[in-house]
Design a binder for this molecule. Structure first.
Ligand SMILES: [Zn+2]
Length: 386
């Protein structure tokens, strides 16, 4: 039996209004990143002298309009997927091959870690310590266990004062990323897995720092293998979903990949919760995303349902972008003009080859769908040059 101290709650929110203007930021649309990361012992963690920076992941997430091609933060994560190969030389499987490793660390310094632990957790209870509950004072400190709860408006931390026995430390969480099954695990089985600095003897008794504080981010690290699995899983699901977007009926071969992709994107966005908030003139609907991975999955779902997600047709780019335009092919104007120049040059070379084989200008023009006058001008120029 416990007394849950109602005056000692701290709320952290990541929220986004999606009902009208997507860029509207509510409450604490925030995530944290360090300016430098490193890979040590199979973990991605902040470099020792790195600085913590707070930012707003949803900032600038505008609804796609007109013919514009949009880049999104989550697309840069998806673009990492093909680069993330483990380095098996000298059995160094805790590192990635170049340039994947450099790109991953650069990405983390721009966006931070994915928040895989927070993505998995529903509630967590930490070992009791003897102190005054937050916000209260008295003569005798009491055993107080801190509890973390996922709520519809973000994370809530509260102090639990047990009457008889302290609550069992541990966490209710998804068994693994992308899974719907919730299980209870002791702190040494789950929470400690993301805090490599805690010594083996203290894994169950350590006073883990409260989420979202400087100490939490300083000590929190993500296993490289889990980060890579998350990125690959996300990319595979998004690719399958966008490639099957225009299929009115799925063939038997397409059904399984679609079901798999649908399950993954739903599992990755599962921690996102609807949230009612006051607007001053009534109520609005927002979303608490709880982790960067959840935020990105939510963004992908919004884009998949409200626009098209495409791969740039410039073979030297192949970057992902979002657009509402039916004929969109390139991620930006540079790629469009680069590809147009390349195609123009290739047709010019082809025309020269065909003319060299004895075809007439009219035949070449018909074959390559070119203007005969343009070919005539090229021929004149080639004669002048030679
Ligand atoms: Zn491009």
């Amino acid at each position: 039996m416990c007394l849950i101290w109602p005056f000692c709650t701290i709320q952290f929110c990541m929220a986004q209004d999606t009902t009208n203007t997507i860029q509207r930021v509510l409450f604490g649309d925030r995530w944290f990143r360090f300016d430098r990361y490193e890979i040590t012992g199979g973990y991605i963690q902040p470099a020792p002298d790195a600085h913590l920076i707070e930012y707003q992941p949803w900032k600038g997430f505008d609804k796609p309009q007109g013919k514009e091609s949009l880049k999104r933060p989550y697309l840069s994560l998806l673009e990492l997927a093909p680069l993330l190969d483990f380095d098996f030389s000298e059995k160094r499987t805790t590192r990635l091959e170049t340039p994947g490793e450099e790109r991953l660390l650069e990405w983390c310094s721009q966006y931070g870690l994915l928040g895989i632990l927070l993505h998995r957790v529903e509630t967590a209870t930490f070992p009791a310590e003897t102190r005054f509950p937050r916000g209260l004072s008295g003569n005798v400190p009491v055993p107080v266990a801190e509890r973390l709860e996922r709520t519809n408006s973000g994370w809530r931390i509260l102090d639990v004062v047990p009457f008889l026995h302290p609550p069992l430390p541990g966490a209710y969480l998804r068994r693994k990323l992308g899974d719907f099954e919730i299980t209870f695990e002791s702190l040494s089985e789950s929470w400690a897995h993301y805090f490599p600095g805690v010594s083996a003897a203290d894994l169950d008794s350590y006073q883990y720092p409260p989420v979202f504080g400087l100490e939490f981010w300083r000590q929190y690290a993500e296993p490289l293998s889990e980060f890579v699995d998350a990125v690959r899983m996300f990319r595979e699901a998004v690719d399958a979903l966008r490639n099957l977007e225009h299929q009115s009926r799925l063939s038997p071969e397409q059904t399984q990949p679609w079901l798999r992709a649908e399950r993954v994107i739903h599992a990755l966005s599962e921690p996102v919760s609807p949230m009612l908030y006051r607007t001053g003139t009534g109520y609005g609907l927002g979303w608490a995303c709880h982790s960067l991975l959840g935020t990105f999955a939510m963004m992908a779902m919004l884009d998949l349902s409200g626009a098209r997600m495409l791969e740039c047709a410039n073979p030297k780019c192949r970057g992902l972008f979002v657009s509402k335009a039916v004929k969109a092919k390139y991620c930006n104007t540079t790629c469009r003009s680069t590809e147009q120049v390349r195609k123009y040059r290739s047709r010019k070379d082809r025309a020269r080859q065909l003319l060299g084989k004895g075809f007439s200008i009219a035949q070449v023009a018909e074959k390559l769908r070119l203007d005969p006058t343009a070919i005539g001008n090229w021929v004149t120029k080639w004669h002048t040059e030679s």
